[in-house]
Design a protein around this ligand. Sequence first.
Ligand code: F6P
Length: 328
Amino acid sequence: MHKISKLAVLTSGGDAPGMNPCIRSVVRTAIYNGLEVVGIRRGYQGLIEDDMYVMEARSVSNILNLGGTILKTARCLPFRTDEGMETSYQNLKKRGVDALVVIGGDGTFTGALRFSQKYPDIAVMGVPGTIDNDLYGSTYTLGFDTATNTVIEAIDKIRDTADAHDRLFFIEVMGRDSGAIALRAGISCGAEAILLPEKEMAIENLIENLKAGQYNKKSSSIVIVAEGDKHGGAYDIAKLVQKEVKFYDVKVTILGHLQRGGSPSAFDRVLGSRLGFAAVNALISGKSQMMVGLQANYIKLTSIEEALNQHEFKLEEDLMQMAEILSI
Ligand code: F6P
């Protein structure tokens, strides 16, 4: 078993609320166990550029409530090259780092897996941090709960004005390949329809659905569109529908990056703390190339390879059906 003594931590890809509680947990768990800790700024970009600093227990004071990530993040193409990986490896070796915690989504994990296959003397542990909730091996990813609550708060406000004016709103939420936020927000806000990348809904069916709503005396309608929906964005769909649905005045709202910000919810603070704690303990016990995740409220390890290969978000058909029935 390879005993570790110095651990580095980074956040990469899209930021997610809960990353800061997780960083705090990683740093303090490592220090408690006698390890030295290095923080890497801007994800793999900072790894390549050797942008790192020593972290102490006080480096992570008063960050539980902060959105974003104190380590900053980036989407880094050069890390995909052999040259970028070799420079990163040399930078870690130079500092005596022998373990790495990466907090991010599938892009982050793809890089982490390749890196640790190439350089197995650096143990790697993944923490699922993405608002998209699309990683196999964890029922929830860091940031999903907060982002969904942010979306719900916004849609509730839109519902007020939609109702006051008898309007139909198309609201676009994040999720290039994942309808997780759209589905949960749709159920929570009583959306009349939810369009997801995982399941194509014919425009004719959507129109029928909206006409039925009007016939059933609905005063407003809300359609949630995940950004990865196959018909295009909310503006494209609104145009297609507007021609057929004359009884409603149609409006579009794109929620955009506000969904990624904000103070993490209690759920994400606890999840971030648990995952960070588990990640360090797994490294101490000699594990590598794994991801820590939450399954049935217990922390479980899944190999990064499996988390990536099965990463497709399984559409929860039962929730879709329930959402349709409850919005009649
Ligand atoms: O991966 C999280 C996510 O927020 C996706 O839902 C979204 O498609 C993407 O990131 C946006 O990325 P960027 O901030 O780089 O435009």
